[in-house]
Design a protein around this ligand. Sequence first.
Ligand SMILES: Cc1cc2nc3c(=O)[nH]c(=O)nc-3n(C[C@H](O)[C@H](O)[C@H](O)COP(=O)(O)O)c2cc1C
Length: 238
Amino acid sequence: MVCYICVSFNNYEPVAGILTEYEEDIMNLKVLAINGSARKNGNSATMLKNAVIGAEEADAKTRLVNLYSLDYKGCTGCVKCKLLSGKSFGRCAQRDDLTTVLEEAIDSDVLLLASPIYFNDVTGALRSFLERLWFPAITYTKERKLLYPKRIKVGMIFTTNAPSDFYSELYNGMVRTSSWIIGDTEYVAAAETWQFNDYSKYAADMFDVDARKRRPEEIFPQECRMAYEMGKRLATVQ
Ligand SMILES: Cc1cc2nc3c(=O)[nH]c(=O)nc-3n(C[C@H](O)[C@H](O)[C@H](O)COP(=O)(O)O)c2cc1C
């Protein structure tokens, strides 16, 4: 229970009240954060945790899931999610560690998705998650009917070795697909991230290490701040 103060429009006196659990639920958005990197404290996870902190400051209920801790596969193309009379209509029929996570995602108000870029795309783990989230939602009907019960706000986080803007086309494509199927989607990205503890010990002399060193010190904190602000904005009840 949460105490609140509001203004009664009859007498303009502040009125103290108690929120019912139902009203509390409306005010506390559910935020599901999905880490698509194997590194639980890497660049993508750090950005994601900042977005989660932002969401918590907006009083959201949050949960973070590390995809690499789960045992699951991508879409198998069984098409049971499209079978009109089937018990899996509009839902992924596969049963594995992703099953409950997908239900949580569909039930959430805000989805935060983070991934490093691996070979010009999100990681296989996030791709597999998205296949199983996106495909059951769509239909091949004439009106392209969507099947999830509500629209969900989505915030995507990407981190890359490449300079900023290098992957704008990829990000905008992800945003377009997600906005169509799931709900309004935006993204923040961190570029030229710190990858090796000690660059001199790895086959990595193409990088200007001194310039790169400034990224975690000066630029990455700003990128984390953008993630924090996105999390807070998306989890703020309008
Ligand atoms: C297998 C692999 C493939 C990668 N491919 C790319 C790539 O195509 N483009 C890029 O900019 N960075 C690439 N990177 C670098 C990562 O995207 C970058 O270091 C990222 O910040 C790592 O995030 P993490 O700390 O969350 O794992 C690759 C890294 C790995 C391990």
